[in-house]
Structures are given as C-alpha cells and as structure tokens.
Ligand binder design. Structure first.
Ligand SMILES: [Zn+2]
Length: 169
C-alpha cells in the first residue's frame, strides 16, 4: 500500500466528472486500498477518487471513529437512489480545502447503491454522519465541492482564505 497525493482547490480535477468503472481490475482494488490508507493518514472520514487526481467513480468512507475497529466502505460506482425529504445543517470540511469548514444543508437519510471490489452490488442506508459523508463524497464524483452548497458570500471568504494560505506556503 502507499499513500497518495491529495489534490487541493483549485486543481481542475476537483471540478470534473468522474467516469464509471466498467471492469474491476487489480489496479482498481489497489487504488481503493491506497485511497483508504491516505484517508486514515489525514484523519478524513471519506475520500473520493477526484481528490487523488483520478477521474473514476471510486469512494472510500469510514465513519466508525474507532482506530482499533475500522469499518471501511470501499465503493465502486456509488449512486444515490433515494433520499429523505427532511434536511439538516451540519459543519463540513474537506481534505481538498485544508483548514476550511462551513455549515452545509444535506438530506437526513440517503440510500446508496454501489459495487464492492468483488463486483457484488450493495444498497446501504446512511443516517447522521454516514449520510453526510455519502453525499459529500458523491458530490466530488460530479465535480462538486461543499462550497458550492453555501452562500456566495461565505464561499468567497473561504476561497480568499485558501488563496492567502497558498501564497504563504
Ligand atoms: Zn471533500
């Protein structure tokens, strides 16, 4: 396993749509393992392929918070097939927008269909943090970021801060 470079805003790969996986190869499995390792290293709860520079519909998530008892989800071609009418607001951050966060509105519950690395199809229902993580990561596959879901004023504040941090480095 190896860790991967995280692409940060404003890299263009974060703004592009990822392509469906047609065939699960050893390379795909390797990418999912590397993405998971990268996510754990950076203390994230989710990571989408765009964030490591790949335009493929791959997502890893682990909201278990238990370092000794990880519950990783490796998802291929995930899609939301159902969501609640109810929404809630919660604070979100993103490894591609370092040190930034904002309150984002999301569906309370989402049902997601995906394929595992053995090609088996699964359906999971996400509530709470899992629901937020699923919506956040699936947005990445569409080239969307959490800052697209907040007011232009708040978005501009975050973008300005990111530019300032970049200049300092
Ligand atoms: Zn993100």
């Amino acid at each position: 396993m190896s860790t991967l470079k995280i692409y940060e805003y404003p890299e263009s790969v974060l703004r592009q749509k990822a392509k469906r996986i047609e065939k699960i190869t050893p390379e795909i499995k390797q990418k999912l393992s590397d993405m998971l390792e990268t996510m754990y290293l950076d203390d994230g709860v989710g990571l989408a392929a765009n964030q490591v520079g790949l335009l493929e519909r791959l997502v890893v998530i682990d909201v278990s918070h238990e370092k000794d008892d990880p519950k990783p989800l490796k998802m291929i071609n995930p899609e939301i097939i159902k969501h609640s009418d109810e929404t809630s607001e919660g604070e979100e951050g993103c490894l591609s927008l370092p040190d930034q966060s904002a309150v984002v509105e999301r569906y309370d519950t989402v049902t997601v269909r995906y394929m595992d690395e053995e090609g088996m199809e699964h359906t999971i229902e996400g509530k709470g943090l899992l629901s937020v993580a699923l919506q956040h990561e699936l947005d990445h596959l569409e080239g969307k970021l959490f800052i697209d879901r907040i007011s232009p004023l708040k978005r501009n504040i975050i973008i300005r801060k990111l530019r300032k941090d970049k200049r300092r480095n």
